[in-house]
Each structure stands twice: as structure tokens, then as C-alpha cells.
Design a protein around this ligand. Structure first.
Ligand code: GLN
Ligand code: ZN
Length: 766
């Protein structure tokens, strides 16, 4: 019998129930007991739901109140001092202090503790908290959480498959205070894992899933042997348990021999991203090794082509029989929305091509059944799948020949002159002072601004009234920017809900969900757009707003666009075209927008690419290709700009060292980056590379409500001057100001202008 199984279920619940419960607790509206009860209700509901869908291996321990890596760290006693943990089960106040920083009111918790660092979980848009370990870290089992979850499910009548984050991946994701090698702590950690497994066996678990997605990364020999050592120890510690080792997010590739040699009962394969492993697995796997075949893509929202998936399953079954097979999603379903049925406003044709977590598990169950009972048993499901596949393939709405032809054609000409020539023209036409001041685009999204958009969406005000109100906001913003003396102005982005959504809603080929929430971190969720068809721009998007702003001032107004790589990265992308092709289509649409802006008299256009680095593949060997097409797409988008049109880009993160050559290859005239917090450290990468174009290192940390003094920004700019020639430096905040309040933004930007003037005076006396 093939086993229908799941690796992880979305935690957030229908209608973001977990978010509601967390926020009620944080705000003091609900007590701890209510939060714990809400979480237990969600888990019970999710177990039952999976059972009803026909899943036999249902995970437990995949739930987390905030983040599973953080909860693993807490379980292992890896809690830095000061957060209020003194032994035994970790208090909820400690958990949230680690997740969100301390508020200073909780007993035993220092008043000003920072949250743990947060970073991306592999190449997903989920973020985890980075465990911070001491060089001599001691681990203790504070509470056998997987066992508790297993027993909780058992009480609901569900014998689950407990899930654990594996010891090697845990250590690889953690950091050591002294920057040392976290894997050196493996021997200290393994006894705790052994204790967890022993407890699970005692409680009556049969299978345990241990996640080691580090297998999808480049591993050193030392790391591979750490995995071997760790799993030999765990297998020995719990001989009665069947361990399923799960890796996902990419092929095992050169790590495959290590994985196949582990003394585990089963191995999970991500066949959405790692199909290339399958031949070698069939060749090399022990006859008694269970294989969990992740044929249903857990990272994307498309319906599975059941016939194709079944062909893959059959291939394996023909070789090995069906006795030791599991059918599964490729990875945890944490990364897709919950239930497509909740989408009552989606275009019905598009909807018929989609599957969210619930639908994906139904597919898994169908496939397992087909394997056991033959295709006849699932004939209607196969027929529906065939229809969806054929419908999508043949849809005239998906395939726009004009877009395809344009994307396939040779690149239209890019910027004709090199930067050093453009610079001369731009200096003449723009006539900016040294250290020009500007902002990154958005101004505070006040309650009034949001209400305006909501009123229009609900039909409470008509388009004319909306446009008039928006124009008033823009006019106020322009007047105010002139008053404090900024050199390059922006219109303020008041019309935008979100930098990707705003553009996606105005391009063809994008769909938006009502409830398609995916956890980004903690209670924060995003509802990514779905790119389902060829992307084209039916009409100009930003030109009217930007041109209106420019009509009010003689100073240059900078147009604001979201770049093609960021649009791609923050969406669910169609799987019937290479990502780079979709990105090219978006780039061409943005290119037209750039051209229309300059034709309307706009002299500067910023193309934001905050997600440029996020797209980097997990494996070094794949990075070159990605960087090549990502750079090409940006250049394609910017390429319509005439010499005198100044192209800006913006990236708000703090690692550039390994991609600095590609950042230079984007050939934006100006780049603004986030540097305020790191005190300009980031500029080292630009300085040592001798970055040739202009740079605006952020001098105002927009993540904090604090208003920086002019003197502080002067100090940062002086540091910047030591690394970057004065005639290439711009003065700007770290990022957009939409989350800030006007009371902070006004004085902060006024101080920023003062700081720039101080620098100008210093330059004049040199
Ligand atoms: N122009 C955008 C803004 O100012 C940029 C946002 C971002 O970098 N994430 O909000
Ligand atoms: Zn930013």
C-alpha cells in the first residue's frame, strides 16, 4: 500500500486565525490561556482536516506559535541569558522576547533585549529566527515538544508522524556568538535529540520525520560526515522508530550518496525541484529503504498534472514495488495558501488551474489510491486534471503571441552611452548640488490615505473624487519637500497598497487572491500575486501621478517603479515557462513605463529591486545563470532611458560582497542602499570594488521611530566620504517611509537636508 503523507501543514489557519490569536495576546486583549487554547484548536482542526482528506501520515510538531526554528532552539535550551528562562519548560514570554524583543515589563526579562536576528528560510519567503549559541553551548531538553504534540493528536484519535528539524540543519542555521563553527557543537546536541526520540518511541510513535533540508545546499566533506555521524547516532538511539529523513528545496545531487548511506528507514525526495535525483536513487537505494516521493509541488499554487505525477510514481513502483512508497508534497505546505475554496472572486478559469494546501493533499491521496487500485479508481480526478492541464496549455488568455514574440526577440537597444558619458549629460541637465538629497519613494501611509483607497475600492467614492483627493496628497507632499529643501522629489506612493500588487493589478497575466495568505514570519502573512499568463502592460501605470507631481515643481520628480526581478520573486510564478522568460516579459512592461515617463517629462526613474539578492539559488553552481538573466532583465527594463534620463535603483539589505560585480553590471546611474544601522560598513564592498556609478548610502534607519539628529547623519556621511568620492555620493534614508509617521519623517528629513548642507560646506572649504 502506498502511503499518502504530508510533511507539514500551514499553521496560520483559515482566515489567519493564528494571527488574530497572537495579536490579541500581544495587545493584552487575550490572556496566555486563550492563546494556547486557540493554537490547540487550530492543530486539532488541521489534523482532522488532513485525516478527512485521506492522508495517513499526518505530521505533528509542524505547528509553531511563531517560528519552528525558534521553538526548536527553545526546546533544546539554546536560549541566550537575559530572556527570562531559568530551566524547565520555556515561558511564553521568553519565546516572544526572543522573537520580537523585550518590552521591559515581563518578570525576569531585561527591558531592552533585542529580538533574535531573522533571515530567510532557504530560498522561500518564510523567515526564521536565527538561534544564537554560545561557544560552549550546553543543550538540555526543556520539554519534549514533539512528544507532547504527538500525544495531543493521539487524544484526538490521530496517530501522527512527528516532525523534527534535524540536528545538522539546526546547527547550520544557527550562529555562534563568537562567529565560530556551530557544527562543533554537534556532539553536545545529539544526546538531546536521542532523548526526544526515545520519548517519542515510548509514547508510541512509529514513524518520525527528521527534516534536513541542508542537503539541498553545497555541503563540505566535514558537513556530510557530520550528517552521517548524527544520523547514525539517532538511529542507534531509537531502534524501534522508523526515521524518515526529509530533504527538500532542491536536488540532493552530490549529497545523494551520503543520504543513501544513512541508516534511516526512509528518504523523502523533492521531485518538484529535485527530479534529477530520481535515476540515481533508483540505482543506489537499498531495497528496504522507504521512498517518500514529493510529486506535488509544495512551493507553488498550480494543480498537479496527475497523469505526469502518476507516471513518475509508476516508474518507481515498477522498479521497487509499492510496498515501501509514500506519496507526498515536495516540501511542507507552509509555503502555499490554505484552501482554494475560500476564493470566491477569482477568475473561474484561473481558479480551475490552481491548488492550495487542502487541494494538494487531496491530490496526494488520489495519487496514492491510483497507485494501489489502478487508474480506474480515480478516473474522474484524472479527467479533471487532464482538463485543467489542457485548458491551461491551450488557453488564449495565457498565451499572448505578441508578448511571446517580443520576449523572444533579440534585446531592444539598451542605454546607448556608458555611464561616464551619461553622467556628463545628466549633470548638465539636472544641475544638482553636491550630495543631492532624496527619498526612496513612499511617504507615511496614514489612516486617511488607506481609507481613501478602501473607500474607492468599496465604491463609496467615485474615481474623480479619489483622483482629486490623491492629487491633494501629492501636492501637499511636493510643497512640503520643497519647503524643507530636498533636491530630488517623489510623489509619495499614496495610491499604492503594496509595491508589487499595485503594478501586478495593472498588468495582464496577474491574479490576486482574497485569502491566499502565506506566513512570512510570526503573525505576518503575505498574499503573493499569481502570475498565470503572459505579462503585458495594457496602459501606462504611474505616468499620470508622476507627471502631475512634476507639474507642481521645477525640481526633478523621480518616477517610482518596481523592478522585474522583485515582481517575480514576490509572486507565485507560472510553471509552464522558465522563470527568466516570465521575468523578461515583466521587464518589457516596465521598460515601456520608463519610456512613457521620460516622454512625459520625467527626468529620473527609480526601479526598485529589493528582492534582487533573494533570488540567488541555493547552490553556488546555479548562481551564475540566475545572476546573468536577472541582470539582463533589469537592464532591459532600464534600457529605454535616454542618456539624460537618470536611472536609480534601490536595494535595502546588507550583503553585497558576493554580488557586487552584478550590482555594477546593472549599470543604474544611482543606487540607494541600506547602511544606517551598519554604520556604513556595507560601503566597503562598493569601495573595494571601486563601484563606478553613484551611491546613496542610507543615513536614516527607517525601521526605528527614532529621529536621527543632523550631527549623527553628518558623521555617517563623513564615513561614507572616506570610501566613496564626494561627487558620487547621494544623501537619502535607508528605505521608503510608508511605515513611519509624519511626526518622525518631517524632522528626520529636515535634519537630513541640514546634514547634506554641512557636507557641502565642508567640501567647499577643502
Ligand atoms: N519605493 C519603495 C518605497 O519607498 C521601495 C520599498 C522597498 O524597498 N521595499 O516604499
Ligand atoms: Zn527598501
Amino acid at each position: 500500500m502506498a502511503i499518502a503523507s504530508n510533511l507539514g501543514f500551514p499553521r496560520i489557519g483559515d482566515r489567519r486565525a493564528l494571527k488574530t490569536a497572537l495579536e490579541a495576546f500581544w495587545s493584552g486583549r487575550a490572556g496566555e490561556g486563550e492563546l494556547i487554547a486557540a493554537a490547540a484548536r487550530l492543530r486539532a482542526e488541521h489534523w482532522n482536516r488532513q485525516r478527512r482528506l485521506g492522508i495517513s501520515h499526518i505530521p505533528s510538531g509542524d505547528f509553531a506559535l511563531y517560528d519552528h526554528v525558534l521553538e526548536t532552539a527553545c526546546m533544546l535550551g539554546a536560549i541566550p541569558p537575559g530572556y527570562g528562562w531559568t530551566g524547565g519548560p520555556v515561558p511564553i514570554a521568553t519565546l516572544f522576547a526572543l522573537a520580537r524583543g523585550a518590552r521591559g515589563t515581563e518578570a525576569g526579562i531585561a527591558p531592552t533585549l533585542p529580538a533574535l536576528e531573522m533571515t530567510k528560510w532557504f530560498d522561500t519567503n518564510y523567515h526564521y529566527l536565527v538561534p544564537m549559541l554560545a561557544p560552549d553551548q550546553r543543550f538540555v531538553l526543556t520539554e519534549n515538544r514533539p512528544r507532547a504534540a504527538f500525544e495531543e493528536a493521539l487524544a484526538h484519535g490521530v496517530r501522527t508522524r512527528p516532525v523534527l528539524l534535524g540536528p545538522v540543519t539546526f546547527l547550520k542555521l544557527a550562529k555562534r556568538e563568537d562567529g565560530g563553527d556551530t557544527l562543533a557543537l554537534l556532539d553536545a546536541l545529539l544526546p538531546v535529540y536521542a532523548e526526544i526520540l526515545t520519548g517519542l518511541a515510548e509514547a508510541g510513535a512509529h514513524w518520525v520525520q527528521i527534516d534536513e533540508p541542508c542537503f539541498a545546499l553545497d555541503l563540505t566533506e566535514a558537513e556530510r560526515s557530520a550528517v552521517s555521524r548524527a544520523h547514525a547516532a539517532l538511529a542507534a538511539a531509537a531502534p524501534r522508530l522508523s526515521i524518515l529523513l526529509a530533504s527538500y528545496f532542491g536536488p540532493l545531487a552530490d549529497n545523494l550518496p551520503t543520504a543513501l548511506a544513512l541508516p534511516v528507514a526512509g528518504l523523502h525526495l523533492d521531485l518538484a525541484r529535485g527530479a534529477a535525483d530520481l535515476d540515481a536513487v533508483l540505482e543506489g537505494a537499498r531495497a528496504d529503504l522507504w521512498l517518500s516521493l514529493g510529486v506535488v509541488d509544495g512551493r507553488n499554487v498550480w494543480r498537479t498534472d496527475l497523469r505526469a505525477a502518476l507516471a513518475t510514481l509508476r516508474r518507481v513502483a515498477d522498479r521497487r514495488g509499492t510496498r515501501r512508497l509514500m506519496v507526498a508534497p515536495s516540501c511542507s505546505l507552509l509555503h502555499v495558501p490554505m484552501d482554494l475554496e475560500a476564493e470566491d472572486a477569482l477568475d473561474p478559469e484561473v481558479k480551475s488551474w490552481l491548488a492550495f494546501a487542502v487541494q494538494k493533499l487531496a491530490e496526494v491521496a488520489t495519487l496514492a489510491r491510483a497507485l494501489d487500485e489502478g487508474e480506474g479508481a480515480v478516473a474522474s480526478a484524472l479527467k479533471a486534471s487532464d482538463a485543467a492541464v489542457a485548458g491551461r496549455r491551450g488557453s488564449a488568455r495565457v498565451h499572448d503571441p505578441a508578448v511571446a514574440a517580443r520576449a523572444a526577440a533579440a534585446d531592444p537597444p539598451g542605454r546607448s552611452a556608458p555611464y561616464r558619458d551619461r553622467r556628463i549629460v545628466q549633470r548638465r541637465t539636472l544641475a544638482l548640488p553636491p550630495f543631492p538629497t532624496t527619498t526612496i519613494g513612499s511617504f507615511p501611509q496614514t489612516e486617511a490615505v488607506r481609507r481613501l483607497r478602501a473607500d474607492r475600492a468599496a465604491g463609496r467614492i467615485d474615481d474623480d473624487a479619489y483622483t482629486e483627493a490623491m492629487k491633494r496628497l501629492i501636492a501637499e507632499a511636493i510643497a512640503w519637500q520643497e519647503e524643507i529643501g530636498l533636491d530630488v522629489l517623489v510623489h509619495g506612493e499614496f495610491e499604492r497598497n503594496d509595491m508589487v500588487k499595485y503594478f501586478g493589478e495593472r498588468l495582464s497575466g496577474f491574479a490576486f487572491t482574497k485569502h491566499g495568505w502565506v506566513q512570512s514570519y510570526g503573525s505576518r502573512c503575505v498574499a503573493p500575486p499569481i502570475i498565470w499568463g503572459d505579462v503585458a502592460r495594457p496602459a501606462p501605470i504611474t505616468v499620470a501621478w508622476t507627471a502631475y507631481a512634476q507639474s507642481l515643481t521645477t525640481k526633478p520628480v523621480k518616477g517610482m517603479l518596481t523592478g522585474p526581478v522583485t515582481m517575480l520573486q514576490w509572486s507565485f510564478v507560472r510553471d509552464d515557462l522558465p522563470r527568466e522568460t516570465v521575468c523578461r516579459q515583466i521587464a518589457l512592461a516596465i521598460r515601456d513605463e520608463v519610456d512613457d515617463l521620460q516622454r512625459a517629462g520625467i527626468r529620473m526613474v527609480q526601479i526598485d529591486e529589493p528582492a534582487f539578492r533573494e533570488g540567488l539559488p541555493l547552490r553556488r553552481a546555479d548562481r551564475r545563470r540566475y545572476l546573468d538573466w536577472a541582470v539582463a532583465c533589469f537592464r532591459l527594463a532600464a534600457g529605454a532611458a535616454r542618456d539624460e534620463t537618470q536611472i536609480h535603483t534601490h536595494m535595502c539589505y546588507s550583503e553585497f560582497n558576493d554580488i557586487i560585480a552584478e550590482i555594477a553590471a546593472l549599470d543604474a546611474d544611482v543606487i540607494s542602499i541600506e547602511t544606517a544601522r551598519s554604520r556604513m560598513e556595507l560601503l566597503d564592498a562598493f569601495a573595494s570594488f571601486a563601484y563606478p556609478n553613484e551611491i546613496g548610502p542610507g543615513v536614516y534607519d527607517i525601521h526605528s521611530p527614532r529621529v536621527p539628529a543632523a550631527e549623527e547623519m553628518v558623521r555617517l556621511l563623513r564615513i561614507a566620504r572616506r570610501r566613496i568620492p564626494a561627487d558620487r555620493l547621494w544623501v537619502n534614508p535607508d528605505c521608503g517611509l510608508k511605515t513611519r509617521r509624519w511626526e518622525e519623517v518631517r524632522p528626520a528629513l529636515a535634519n537630513m537636508v541640514t546634514a547634506a548642507r554641512t557636507l557641502r560646506a565642508e567640501l567647499a572649504t577643502e
